[in-house]
Ligand binder design. Structure first.
Ligand code: SF4
Ligand code: SF4
Length: 525
């Protein structure tokens, strides 16, 4: 087969991989925890809404919270048991805040709700297929967790030329997608067929880095068995961070740039993560919603780093114990990779749909931050930035809290990869400044939206009061008019009565005048 031409994206960094430590053992199912903690907000978009109450018994796979908007995903019970709480609980979030969660006490029976597989998806309308993916609660398992069904709806006028499956797991330590590709390649290829049918994509590429030879071999064998292997290409790309970023991967595979403020589908491409693809296979072919995922448990803080198949909602502490937890400081717990992951403040926080890795890191794994020094304007950060930004300038504007100017130089194109911070000789935590600036902008926007809403409410209240006043005045006017008319009617009635009385009196008087003449006649006789 002709080798595909590959392109390079700007910047990027080569990082120590630290991956082999967690790939020596096959993937096992993690032990069933006594309690599952399911945050209602597990992904980008609106939180799900609970449809169960405390005391309800639930079956494995049963819907426990429904999606509450277009960008939202439902949640299903990962095991059978009883809902024992719907309350705030620590979640894996950099703020360390608590958030509403459904807590299920498992009964150990793993009783499934009745599964409804759809093996005839080839005869299914793409919109029906999209709905099934939505109902299964599937979100992107490799990133921010964007609900997957949305990416399956490019619009009637869009032609999808290529579907790309992203197996480029470019952050150090994380190996869950690598292990999935090694151990479940058929699930990925099955999912790919479903996605290809839903999108009517002309061709498909499975992309992975050249540091995953076992995964490449396993996928090649699975694709070779597929009936539609002629439209599937497996491409190995150079190992450099962040090759797994959506825009960077598209650049490497096609040489195309996703337009600023645009989406891959605007240039005829759709990208899905390999684990998401396997989840779609399970949803459609087996009728199983998203209730578990592969998670890498690694770092010097555990004696047996490995990948486990974990039920969503399993507390991190239980997984650390199953992997031989050593004594570690809580601040060294990271969810995700060392470049883009988040610090987890407590091991009682649960695994959520987007949790691909937990690093119980020691100082050897991730050295403590060095003292920050002034910027020397060396330009290394700009050379490393894969989004072609000027991190040094972003930094100045972030520090100065010039939120207008920082947006003008495309802060929101920053993918928060951390390459700039990684290469900065002054050890400036640049990416943290950019995250802070984004959060500030979002909170100002929310504040403005709230103020706009309050003003709108105030204006419409005044409008309503004015309208009611005018309506009251109109009603009063109408009433007065009616009274007037009635009294006018009454006076004419009175006049008519008076006239009638007068006529009657006159008649009577006339009659009385006539009667004496008759008497007079009588007396003369
Ligand atoms: S890499 Fe650091 S020191 Fe160099 S220009 Fe960028 S922010 Fe300044
Ligand atoms: S964190 Fe943002 S600014 Fe820094 S290298 Fe990555 S994309 Fe560029």
């Amino acid at each position: 087969m002709k080798r595909r031409r590959l392109w390079k994206f700007h910047g990027g960094v080569h990082l120590p991989q630290q991956k082999t430590i967690s790939t020596t053992m096959p993937v096992h199912a993690a032990q069933l925890p006594k309690r599952l903690v399911l945050p209602l907000h597990q992904h980008i978009g609106a939180s799900a809404k609970a449809v169960v109450e405390v005391g309800d018994n639930v079956l494995k796979g049963e819907l426990i919270a429904h999606a509450s908007g277009y960008v939202s995903a439902p949640i299903h019970a990962p095991s059978s048991g009883t809902v024992v709480a719907i309350a705030d609980h620590p979640i894996p979030h950099p703020s360390g805040l608590h958030a509403p969660c459904i807590v299920i006490e498992t009964d150990g029976e793993e009783r499934w709700v009745e599964a409804r597989p759809y093996d005839d998806y080839l005869h299914m309308d793409p919109s029906h297929l999209r709905n099934l993916v939505r109902e299964a609660g599937i979100v992107g398992l490799g990133g921010a967790g964007f609900p997957s069904y949305i990416k399956l709806n490019p619009g009637a006028d869009k032609v999808i030329d290529t579907l790309i499956l992203n197996g480029a797991e470019c952050e150090p330590f994380i190996t869950c997608d690598d292990m999935l590709m090694r151990e479940q390649p058929e699930q990925i290829v099955e999912g790919l067929h479903i996605l290809q049918h839903a999108l009517r994509a002309k061709r498909c590429i499975i992309a992975l880095e050249d540091n995953k030879p076992e995964a490449y071999t396993a996928l090649s064998a699975a694709v070779a068995k597929s009936e539609r292997c002629n439209i599937i290409e497996i491409v190995q790309i150079p190992t450099i961070f962040p090759a797994g970023g959506e825009k960077q991967l598209i650049k490497v595979l096609t040489g195309k740039e996703v337009p600023h403020d645009g989406l891959p589908l605007h240039i005829g491409l759709v990208i899905q993560n390999v684990a998401t693809c396997a989840a779609i296979h399970r949803a459609i072919n087996l009728g199983q919603p998203l209730i578990s995922r592969y998670v890498t448990i690694t770092g010097g803080g555990v004696s047996q780093p490995r990948n486990l198949e974990v039920l969503i909602g399993t507390p991190i502490q239980e997984l650390l114990e199953q992997c031989g937890a050593l004594d570690i400081e809580p601040q060294r717990l990271i969810m995700g990779g060392p470049m883009m992951g988040i610090a987890v403040h407590t091991s009682s926080a649960p695994i959520i749909k987007t949790s691909n890795c937990v690093i119980a890191a020691t100082d050897d794994d991730l050295p403590s931050p060095q003292p920050v020094m002034p910027c020397i304007r060396c330009g290394a950060c700009a050379d490393a930035c894969p989004a072609l930004l000027l991190p040094q300038q972003l930094y100045w504007y972030a520090r100065a809290k010039n939120l207008e100017r920082i947006q003008e130089i495309n802060l929101f194109d920053c993918i928060e990869c951390g390459c700039c911070s990684h290469v900065c000789p002054s050890h400036i935590p640049l990416v943290q400044y950019f995250r802070f600036a984004k959060t500030e902008i979002w909170s100002q926007e929310r504040e403005k939206e709230r103020a706009d809403l309050a003003r709108q409410r105030h204006d419409s209240r005044l409008e309503r009061i004015e309208r009611e006043k005018a309506e009251r005045a109109a009603r009063l006017q109408k009433k007065k008019q009616a009274l007037k008319e009635r009294s006018a009617g009454d006076s004419s009635k009175k006049a008519a009565i008076a006239a009638a009385v007068k006529r009657a009196q006159e008649k009577k008087a006339r009659q009385q005048t006539k009667e004496p003449s008759a008497n007079e006649e009588d007396s003369s006789q």
